[in-house]
Design a protein around this ligand. Structure first.
Ligand code: URA
Length: 228
């Protein structure tokens, strides 16, 4: 792999920026300064160093964000701030995108990757990836409503797949669903004459928000997600 491609893939900068770093002698290959961006390197064998840090090449990257209110799930938006703006500098943003979608006012677990195949598998309803949402409700929830939600409700022409409801108090639930229809949780609660006043995704398959605070980002491995 060419040195400039390697540096771009490691998130060091754009092609132009890394060319500049190389020509200024800021990059070493196997402890020797290398000023040739076209140098062929073997990411598995050669050690490339920048700012005294040995760079590690990863084809696929996986990050979990504890999303906060007020950001749309998109890579770009003309009007609103996007979840990309919540990712700190150390996150390698190249080709990165959010997996699935949380509403602007929904908080909680959002996965990012550049691995299109995995993203597709995780969002396919056929793969049955459980998503657990904590919801605060405007009205008290009855056991009859819980039964209806678990069996499936009509959310505008679509009958939802079986779900699981855990009542935490008279107006707080954990709802487990496998689909990801637009505004699904909010629409499910409307279908039983209630209203979600706060929504947070707490689990996505094997992943959970354990020990994370709002706004936190962690890097994870494919093994942390994979169970399909
Ligand atoms: N269901 C919703 O209604 N909103 C979300 O953000 C996620 C699931």
């Amino acid at each position: 792999m060419r040195l400039d491609k390697f540096l771009v893939e490691c998130g060091i900068g754009s092609r132009r920026e890394v060319k500049d770093l190389v020509s200024r002698g800021q990059i070493s290959v196997n402890k020797k300064i290398c000023k040739n961006v076209q140098e062929n390197i073997n990411p598995d064998k050669d050690t490339v160093t920048y700012n005294s840090i040995d760079l590690i090449y990863k084809e696929f990257r996986y990050y979990v964000l504890y999303k906060i209110d007020g950001y749309v799930t998109a890579t770009e938006d003309k009007k609103d701030s996007t979840v990309m703006e919540l990712l700190p500098e150390w996150v390698v943003k190249k080709d990165l995108f959010p997996v699935g979608r949380l509403d602007k006012d929904t908080e909680g677990l959002l996965l990012f990757t550049n691995d299109g195949k995995l993203a597709h598998e995780l969002t396919s309803p056929k793969k049955h990836v459980d998503k657990v949402y904590y919801a605060k409700l405007e009205e008290t929830i009855s056991s009859d409503d819980i039964q209806k939600l678990e069996k499936g409700v009509d959310i505008g022409g679509h009958i939802t797949m079986p779900a699981k409801v855990e009542a935490l108090s008279s107006n707080e639930i954990n709802l487990t669903i496998r689909e990801g229809k637009f505004h699904q949780v909010k629409k499910m609660l409307i279908a039983v004459n209630n209203k979600v006043t706060y929504l947070k995704r707490i689990k996505f398959g094997k992943l959970s928000l354990d020990n994370m605070k709002p706004g936190d980002v962690i890097e994870i491995n494919k093994d942390d997600i994979y169970f399909l």
